[in-house]
Design a protein around this ligand. Structure first.
Ligand code: HEC
Ligand code: HEC
Length: 310
């Protein structure tokens, strides 16, 4: 009996050691993905389009600046995208990158195609996997060009962001469960901005990531239940209350069930009145046409009852 116990113990220990070694060796697995044929432009209209996307629907500033930049975003200022915001997850501390053109600490050392590949295919310039925080995999070529063109015009800011730190569970998940996320549909050359639900769908799903918060997700990030049927409670900072992203579908339990288009636009113009995690201060910079398109798209969603608390 004792012998069996001894051997079982030995086998279990060896297995754990084996898995740990494999997990360690898989932390920097290199992936391949195509380089999109994207080239930054110096055309003023293209740069202006990029800047508008960056500071409104795509809310880059909300993540790629530190939390106290929020009041600056609120007052309409263009904060530097010098990174450093911490996402303290149970399995890892993830820091957003410096995406100003600084050559040492920012994206100055990357080519346009490398940046476009990171955003579209979820592969860092060095080939390692990107954690899927950003929803831009299906952004059309023209808007990808516009965003990168704007990034190139920023003043370089030297800001060395700390490297991510993962605990044991985080390393296991990275080693065995996370792989690059790429486009889910074919990428159009251009998506024409208008006030249709179709354009709203593009803004919501390819740029705004509304469903990222307004849906429930499993550990791998896949949606549980219906998309937009309400998310999980979240707080912007430790000392602030948690709010649950409400149902945005056409069900009678939807927060916007009775909202008219005008009420919807008015709510966005008010900004972050509750100091919630929703990037209202970026979103409020959207035009009436953009908000109309989003409203129309949400009104095409299948009715789904609000998901029960996770
Ligand atoms: C919800 C938060 C969030 C938003 C919004 C966001 N980012 Fe990110 N971004 C991150 C995080 C977190 C990382 C680090 C991911 C990693 O290292 O795996 C990152 C990484 C990047 C990288 C890779 C940089 C490098 O050095 O490898 C680029 C480029 C980038 N973001 C650009 C953008 C742009 C442009 C926008 C807006 C169009 C944007 N991000 C919006 C969170 C965000
Ligand atoms: C980072 C998470 C996050 C993202 C991204 C996000 N939301 Fe929210 N949203 C929330 C939270 C949390 C609340 C509840 C607290 C509040 O009202 O500010 C909320 C509330 C709302 C409300 C109800 C506001 C009210 O006054 O009752 C609407 C409408 C809404 N979101 C629409 C959207 C749309 C449209 C998008 C995409 C363009 C979006 N949200 C993206 C987190 C998010």
């Amino acid at each position: 009996m004792k012998k069996i116990l001894k051997w079982t113990g030995f086998i279990i220990l060896s297995l754990i050691a084996g898995v740990t070694i494999i997990a360690a060796s898989r932390q920097n697995v290199k992936y391949t993905a195509p380089y999109p044929a994207i080239k930054a432009s110096t055309d003023e209209a293209v740069i202006a389009r990029g800047k508008h996307l960056v500071f409104s629907i795509a809310h880059c500033a909300d993540c790629h600046s530190t939390a106290n930049a929020d009041s600056l975003i609120q007052s309409g200022l263009d904060v530097p995208l010098s990174g450093g915001r911490l996402f303290a997850l149970p399995i890892a501390n993830i820091y957003t990158k410096n995406i100003t053109p600084d050559k040492e600490t920012g994206i100055g050392k990357y080519t346009d195609a490398e940046i476009a590949r990171a955003l579209r295919y979820g592969v860092h310039p060095d080939g390692t996997v990107m954690y899927d925080f950003m929803p831009f995999h299906n952004v059309c070529d023209e808007d990808m060009t516009a965003v990168i063109s704007y990034l190139r015009t920023q003043k370089p800011v030297r800001n060395k962001v700390p490297p991510h730190s993962l605990n044991v569970a985080g390393k296991m998940i990275k080693a065995f469960m996370i792989s690059p996320v790429g486009p889910s549909e074919s990428i159009p050359q251009k998506v024409r901005p208008d006030t249709t639900a179709l354009y709203g769908r593009y803004l919501v799903n390819s740029l705004g990531n509304c469903s990222g918060c307004h849906s429930k997700h499993d550990m791998k990030g896949a949606i549980v239940g219906e998309a937009f049927a309400g998310g999980s409670p979240m707080k912007k900072a430790e000392n602030l209350p948690a709010y649950t992203p409400p149902n945005l579908t056409t069900d009678s339990s939807s927060r916007i069930f009775e909202w008219t288009r005008d009420m919807f636009i008015k709510r966005f113009r008010m900004g972050n009145i509750k100091n919630s995690e929703m990037p209202w201060n970026s979103f409020k910079r959207m035009t009436d046409d953009e908000l109309t398109a989003i409203y129309k798209y949400l009104k095409t969603l299948k009715a789904a009852k609000t998901a029960t608390a996770a």
